[in-house]
Each structure stands twice: as structure tokens, then as C-alpha cells.
Write a protein that binds this ligand. Sequence first.
Ligand SMILES: [Fe+2]
Length: 336
Amino acid sequence: MSVRAALAAGLAAFAALPAAADEVNIYSSRHYDTDERLYSDFTETTGITVNRIEGTPEELMARMQAEGANSPADIYLTVDAGRIWLADEAGLFQPVTSEVLETRIPANLRSPDDEWFALSQRARIFFYAKDRVENPPKTYQELADPAWKGKICIRSASNVYNLSLMSAMIAHEGEAGAKEWASGLLANLARPPEGGDTDQLKGLISGACDIAVVNTYYFLRGKATTVEGLSEGIDSIGWVFPNQETTGAHVNVSGAGLAKHAPHPDAAIAFLEYLTTPEAQSYFADQNFEYPAVPDAAVGAVPASLGAFKADDLNLSVLGENQPAAQRIFNEIGFP
Ligand SMILES: [Fe+2]
């Protein structure tokens, strides 16, 4: 065999091996085992292997920053627009050109420069004790009404869900208005903030609070699965989608961005496009009883049981942009 022939044979053999392009590396802080099925379906359809590295959003962001241009990360996937925005601000993403993503994901659910895309939505709404509350508040603004003094439970202001809600309030009410609102809400707390969203719902059952501000999926988990201290009392809890006559209920998202130094950008975009097919969307959202980000994807039976609602259509990047001001105002008024 001539050297040339040997080389050609060698190259052919090399080409037959799975190329590096046939994989995609996802840095994910979303950990539902059930997402596995989505990933294996994607691999079956495309031949692209999905490698998942899990961690907290902070760990994964720090890792991407430390790895710099050598980072194997193709996609960063996390929960909460405020967190995705932080990664965007840190320069960890690059713009994606994809007609598929632009068509499927509404403009307010992706960054203005198409560096990240929402993949599922949750609403932060009111739940209330039906036996003690006849006329629950109908707007976020009403939470500051002295009529609710000592009645409201909400987790700590330092939690990113509340920072995002406050960021939305700043967008709608201005900084001064949002500060006054948060002061009113603080004065109405039933107890100093403690625990997560599930604990606020449990407070409705124990009698600690009459109103709780909580993400929809926590209530739905209590309804559709067994959550100790919640499921047994779930029928005593009512819900309100706030601001239906005005700005709509505050929504937040799971989302993903294309890593700045992605070694497999084509595979990564193919993966994002796959996650926005109506079928994958329904499945992805339903794992955590969330709503799809793509409008024509079916809402799961469990979240659908809450009824349809009007969502705030604020661009989600605002939730990040206003986050420093939200944090500062919470600090100024001593919201724990
Ligand atoms: Fe959560």
C-alpha cells in the first residue's frame, strides 16, 4: 500500500469514528431524572450524545468562567431569568442564529440579542386559606394593603424568585413605587421569612398565614404527588392569578443559552431546537408541572387544572437588569 493509500484509508477510518461534533455538553442546574428521556430521544433522533454536568447555578457559572476559552460547555441551562441574565452579563453566552428558535419562542421569553431562550414557564401567584379568606387580594399591589397585616407568608427577599418579582414591580411601578410596595408587604408578613415556597403553603394549612406567595409548581406538586404536610390539606387552599385586569401574573422561566466557547455549536443549536418542538416542550414543562414556553405546545393536565391566565409579557431580561436595584431596595427597607 502506498503512503497515499494508507493515509486515505486512515482518514476514512477516522471519518467513520464518532466525530467530536456528535456530542453536546450541557451544564445544567435543572435536575429532574425524567429529563433523561428527552435527552435519550434526542440522541436516538440525531445520533448526538448528550453529556450532562450538573451543579448549582453558581457552581456551573464559576466553572465556565474558570475554564474560559477551554470550557467544554456547549449549553448552560438553569432556572430563573435573573440567573440566566447573570450568566449573560458575565459574557458566558454567544448569540444564536436560528429561525426555528426565533419563530417558536416568543420575543419576551428570550434575550433581545438571542443569547438565551426560555424553555418552560412558572407563575408566582397567591394561594390562600379558603376557610379564613373570603376575598383574597387580586393584585400584587394589594399585598401591601394594611387589611392583610399579619396574614402574608413569603420566603426570604434574598431568594432569586422574589428578586425577580421585585424587578418586575420596579418595571411597572418605578423604584419609588416598588419600594413603597415592598415596605407595605413587609409590614403585612405573618412571620419572618423562613423556608422555601412549599413551607409557605404549609403555613396556610397550619394556620400560620392566610395568604402565601408561591410558584405554581410547588402547589401542583402537593396536588399531583405526595408532599408531607401539604398534600393532605391541599383542598383547603385556593389560588389567585394576580393582576388579570392589568399587567398579568408574574412569570419566570427555565432557560438555556449557547456557551460563548461552545466546542459543538451546531449540535448545541440542534439540541435547543429539539427542546422547542411542541412534543419536547410539553414533556419538558410537565416534568415540573410547569407551562411550556412555546405557545402551541400542550399544557399538561396538572398545570391546566389551575385554569388559563394572563401572564405578564415584560421581557424577561428586565428581571435581570432590575435585580441590583431590587436587592438594594430590599436591603434599604430591611426585608429579611
Ligand atoms: Fe423552585
